[in-house]
Design a protein around this ligand. Structure first.
Ligand code: XMP
Length: 494
């Protein structure tokens, strides 16, 4: 266990109140540091970063970024319908895959415009064409970007532009999918210089496809968080109300989801019931409960439902857009909460097994635009205090991959993006009311606010910097991995 300075014991402290003292003599470079960690009991990540389920932070695009770079994104549920949320999760599951099952298909009577619409929605152009536009009919051809890029008439039917079935090289299900042999499919793809390879069954119906761009992406992102089928992993958030969460989780499961965060600003008893239902009906889904911030709360949850809980999320009101502490006098300093919850989880490990902690919020507090810099050291502190991963909202909301447009802020003379608490009046007005358990109440007390965060450009540049920053801070202290950091960090007051 890390060493906590006696002056910090039984005190409230934030990340800014502590520092980590290097007392080893490092003899290795930053690149030797391995940040592999557990997000949940069974799910490993190579990067200990999680994006918050907030409607100005995580939809499909952010979840793809996070998963490609070794972390994971949790898709928010502040949509008008459950299906809209699930569509975002599907974007992630379809994005980079080995075998893409259930590919989107069209019929020969669909038009060039329909292909552009698919690209807008899912980000790809290659579409198998089947006789009736469903997977239940025979393959008729394929349309790729090459076939439509110079077409001006959007109403041209695809039968005019597609490469017809007789000219296609396809792979057999029996020889690829049935043997789970992705390599065999990749070889056919490469040997024939194809962009997309379709896999058909004995009736010539499409069962899956493999894309060349996916193979190249696999090579470009060695840290990527993927499932057994080489599809990116993603979680969704669901409300702590049984009836609606049940429908959401069922649909998410059908879409191939990896897990669910049962969300509430303060953990709610009904979560245990939902978690139990999930484990009984969808044993493959990983379930995260929260938020908690004290040893007592952790103990209560583990006592009643440790077998249904795969990770605990810690943090009540420390986030940049939070007002739970100011408005309701509820919550505490985040670093001490992570320490206390981490300690109790360790103490109870012999009884309940290993339960990872997610340090949620407060990684940095952007009060004055311009002075708001990324602080990888806060992430290292969260890990040293006992968290396995850090969940971030405001730090990621300024990236290109978060929902919403960047705009110029004349007061601050710089580009910004909007970031809003899910308990803000603005977010509650959409659907967020459920998260705060106040959907039936007429009087609403906002628990969050709307702020601006600096525009940070592409996450594909920003996240690698953050990873390097965390690695560098471990290296300075002489730790090669998170386990060593957690066992030996020397945590002192500033
Ligand atoms: P950061 O500091 O990374 O925090 O921006 C993100 C976390 O803040 C939580 N969150 C809220 N907490 N009122 C709150 O008290 C809110 O309106 C609110 N919205 C989000 C959430 O846990 C998120 O991951």
């Amino acid at each position: 266990m890390a060493k906590l300075h006696p002056e910090l014991e039984n005190k409230e402290f934030w990340y800014k109140d502590i520092t980590l003292i290097p007392n080893r003599l490092p003899d290795f470079e930053r690149d030797r540091v391995d940040l592999t960690t557990y997000f949940t009991k069974r799910l490993k990540l190579k990067t200990p970063f999680v994006s918050s389920p907030m409607d100005t932070v995580t939809e499909g695009e952010m979840a793809i970024l996070m998963a490609l770079l070794g972390g994971i994104g949790v898709i928010h549920y502040n949509f008008l319908t459950i299906d809209e949320q699930i569509e975002e999760a599907e974007k992630v599951k379809r994005f980079e895959a080995g075998f893409v099952f259930n590919p989107v298909v069209l019929s020969p009577q669909n038009t060039v415009k329909d292909v552009y619409d698919i690209n807008d929605k899912y980000g790809f152009f290659s579409v198998p064409i089947t006789e009736d536009g469903t997977l239940n009919s025979k393959l008729s051809g394929i349309v790729t970007h090459r076939d439509i890029r110079y077409r001006k008439d959007m109403e041209t039917e695809l039968k005019e532009v597609m490469t017809p079935r007789e000219k296609l090289i396809v792979a057999k299900k029996l020889e690829t999918v049935d043997k789970n042999d992705l390599q065999a499919a990749n070889e056919i793809l490469r040997k024939n210089n194809l962009d997309t390879l379709m896999i058909v069954d004995k009736d010539d119906k499409v069962v899956a496809l493999v894309a060349d761009s996916d193979i190249r992406k696999n090579e470009q992102f060695p840290l990527a968080t993927k499932d057994e089928n080489k599809q990116l992993r993603t979680f969704i958030a669901a409300e702590s109300r049984f009836k609606i969460a049940k429908e959401r989780i069922g649909k998410g499961y059908d879409a191939g989801l990896d897990g669910v965060i049962i969300d509430a600003s303060v953990a709610f008893k009904e979560q245990l019931e939902i978690a139990k239902y999930c484990k009984e009906n969808f044993p493959n889904l990983e379930i995260v409960l929260g938020n908690v911030d004290s040893a007592e709360m952790v103990e209560k949850i583990l006592k009643e439902g440790s077998q249904h809980c795969d990770a605990l999320k810690v943090g009540i009101g420390p986030g940049a857009a939070c007002m739970t502490q100011q408005e309701l006098g509820t919550g505490r300093a985040q670093a001490s909460a992570v320490w206390e919850c981490g300690e109790v989880v360790k103490k109870l490990e012999p009884k309940y097994g290993f339960i990872p902690i997610i340090a949620d919020g407060g990684i940095k507090i952007p009060d004055i635009i311009g002075q708001d810099v990324a602080k990888p050291g806060d992430i290292t502190k969260a890990l040293a205090l006992g968290a396995q991963t850090a969940m971030m909202g405001s730090l990621l909301a300024g990236l290109d991959e978060s929902p919403g447009e960047k705009e110029f802020d004349y007061e601050e003379n710089r580009m910004v993006k909007k970031y809003r608490g899910m308990g803000s009046t603005e977010a509650i007005e959409k659907r967020g009311a459920l998260r705060y358990g106040i959907e039936k109440m007429k009087i609403r007390i906002p628990e969050g606010k709307v702020i601006k965060v600096p525009y940070r450009g592409s996450g594909y540049d920003f996240i690698p910097q953050l990873i390097a920053g965390v690695k560098q801070s471990l290296q300075k202290q002489g730790f090669k991995n998170i386990k060593e950091l957690q066992e030996e960090a020397d945590i002192r007051p500033i």
